[in-house]
Write a protein that binds this ligand. Sequence first.
Ligand code: BG6
Length: 300
Amino acid sequence: MTLTELNERFAIGNHVQFKEIAEGMIVAEVANHHALANIALQGAHIATFQPRGEEPVIWLSPFAKFAPGKSIRGGVPICWPWFGPHKTDSKLPGHGFARTVPWEIFETKALPDGSTFLRFGLVESDVTRTQWPHPCTLQLSVTVGKSLRVELSTHNTGNAAFELGEALHTYFQISDVAKMTIRGLEDCAYLDKVQDFAHCTQKDGIVIESEVDRVYVNTAADCVIEDKGLKRAIRIAKQGSMSTVVWNPWTEKADKMGDFGENGHRGMVCVESGNAMENVVKLAPDETHKLVVVYSVEKL
Ligand code: BG6
């Protein structure tokens, strides 16, 4: 669909407009009474979310590249249909392909409370079919209000079961990594990728002082990012998710990635809600699995 057609069919005055921000990169710009947000059609990638009167909740690197086929550094990348490296084929992209392929918009709606609702669907193509031979549909529903609600829905349309790994790989904006603590994962078991997947148990709140890359398993708990610098807490409330990934690449790895900027890692942390490792989801024919996360801001 062209930009003009998209706007004719799906723009809503005072809620949603579509814009081309770089060649081949169209975003839905949402601006309503409660908040501002940008969602790229590639990857159905929520790039920004900022409740009015607040600092941005979602971190987007100032050096993020908006280019066809490239993952955007920051925002809410969708890891799907596997999390991390592919189980058997190391040539396939890490975190799956959903974040770098085109999606289409199915629906936009202004809700009675002033929020904006958008629904996207992944476009099947030879690229997706060769990497993932299981017939299914994938949709993302986003409600932009005072809080941000994200629902990722996978439906098995084939006649065989399959295993699904997934995550909303959300980057959060924080004042400084030294001023934040993540709560909600106390006593939870995790696999520490920095220590070759060592099995560990979280004792207290999570404080980050070096590279952190952990998959917390068997946890449905809310997480709260307490940020003393911004005097706020970000609550991450989830359903249909049994894993939480906490990631900060720290100086050396962030420098190598080339799209963080100098000290960029100090102003962000990823707290990812999903199903990974032993928590992958088995989806029988005609079954639907929903991963739902609500991000909201509380005073500290
Ligand atoms: C995290 C992984 O979820 O994503 C890390 O646990 C990885 O190992 C990070 O480095 C970023 O991945 P990418 O592919 O977006 O650079």
